[in-house]
Design a binder for this molecule. Structure first.
Ligand code: ATP
Ligand code: MG
Length: 353
């Protein structure tokens, strides 16, 4: 198979971890006889430094012309203390999502057995947890009208969803449920919010197209509680932008470390695959970042954008094997990890290949 992949490392540890993700893609191409070509482009702080723009037109054009994007992270601590900065790395990310029509954010929360003890949740509750979140990415309270009134003494953000927006993400989630355990949980707050009532109506209607899928509706407060109490009850979850933001951060604790979690953003155009973690400047350049999130993002890229299931499986197996062999980066090491098994970013990458 011939494919063109754009690597966009961005800022901080994005550089280190996408280098490993790319190597794994190269190795897969070799092993399975595919012809992958690569290009690189700038985004975030590094793009601001070079061009003054967090998402240069050239990057956007390259993204549109690629079959998939392997993405790192954006962010720089200098903006944290400067809320008034007009140009910010994160603007690049939001603009990219909008320009590429990336309306669905997929986050698989898969717990590798070897990392049971790395989580702060009890192993007997966690063992076997395997959840796939679909977070809606382009609507909700994030993008509605916002502002101040009453001489600035009152603030408001308007949440808004259209039938079309809910339908398209619901279909993606139902399609995924059909390939997994045929179970789907839709999370809303339909007892209070009108957007949630529309959400629930639409999900119920789309459910008729998928009679084999067992559908459960949960209020977001209850879902947040159940995630910790009984994570194995979850399979595919579909939810709105704000609820998804909060629930997926909560769920990341099921997998032990942010350094293990990949995501896919898909929609109308090129799919973008990236770790859920950020630029982590506290560990940048130290060679200690866990590259697995980028490697697992590469697996999602192979699976979703290219339909290469066997190749994606091979990547996940390699991660599993490396963990089984005892190799750990610092973030997933615990008291039982021998110090000679604690490896850096590159060494962990080498072990994967
Ligand atoms: P951003 O502002 O871009 O979100 P951040 O500095 O908030 O970046 P995060 O990526 O959100 O950093 O991560 C929070 C902390 O988790 C980091 O400071 C880092 O110590 C740790 N961390 C994140 N990703 C990894 C990783 N891949 N390997 C090891 N530790 C990580
Ligand atoms: Mg962060």
């Amino acid at each position: 198979m011939k494919k063109h992949i754009l690597v966009v490392p961005g800022d901080g540890i994005g550089q280190e971890v996408t280098a490993v993700g790319k190597k794994v893609l190269e190795r897969i191409a070799e092993k399975f006889n595919h012809e992958f070509t690569y290009d690189e482009a700038l985004i975030g702080h590094v793009a601001i430094e070079a061009t003054g723009n967090p998402l240069p037109d050239e990057t956007l054009e390259k993204m549109r012309a690629s079959d998939a994007v392997l993405f790192g992270a954006v962010g720089h601590p200098k903006y944290d203390n400067d809320p008034s900065a007009k140009v910010r790395p994160e603007q690049g990310l939001l603009k990219m999502r909008k320009e590429l029509g990336l309306y669905a954010n997929l986050r698989p929360i898969k717990l590798f057995d070897e990392l049971l003890s790395a989580s702060s949740i009890k192993p007997e509750i966690l063992k076997g947890s395997d959840i796939l979140f679909f977070r809606e990415l382009t609507g909700d309270i994030y993008f509605g009208e916002k502002g101040r009134k009453d001489d600035g003494k009152t603030a408001y953000d308007i949440a808004q969803y259209s039938v079309y927006e809910v339908e398209r993400i619901a279909r993606k989630a139902f399609d995924a449920a059909m390939t997994r355990g045929k179970k789907l949980m839709s999370v809303d707050k339909a007892n209070v919010l009108e957007t949630s009532r529309l959400w629930r109506e639409v999900v119920q209607r789309v459910a008729h197209e998928y009679p084999e899928v067992q559908v459960e509706h949960q209020f977001v407060d209850s879902a947040a509680m159940l995630l910790i109490k009984d994570p194995r009850r979850f399979d595919v979850v579909v939810t709105a932008n704000l609820f998804g933001d909060i629930l997926t951060d909560e769920a990341s604790q099921i997998a032990g470390s942010m350094g293990m979690l990949a995501s896919a953003s898909i929609g109308d155009g090129t799919g973008v695959y990236e770790p859920i973690h950020g630029s982590a400047h506290d560990i940048t350049g130290k060679g200690v970042a866990n590259p697995m999130a980028s490697v697992l993002s590469a697996a999602l890229l192979l699976d979703i954008s290219f339909g290469l299931k066997e190749e994606a499986e091979a990547v996940i197996n390699a991660v599993d094997q490396v963990l089984k062999s005892g190799i750990r980066t610092r973030d997933i090491a615990d008291a039982s990890t021998p110090s000679d098994m604690i490896r850096g970013t590159e060494a962990t990458g080498e072990a994967l290949l």
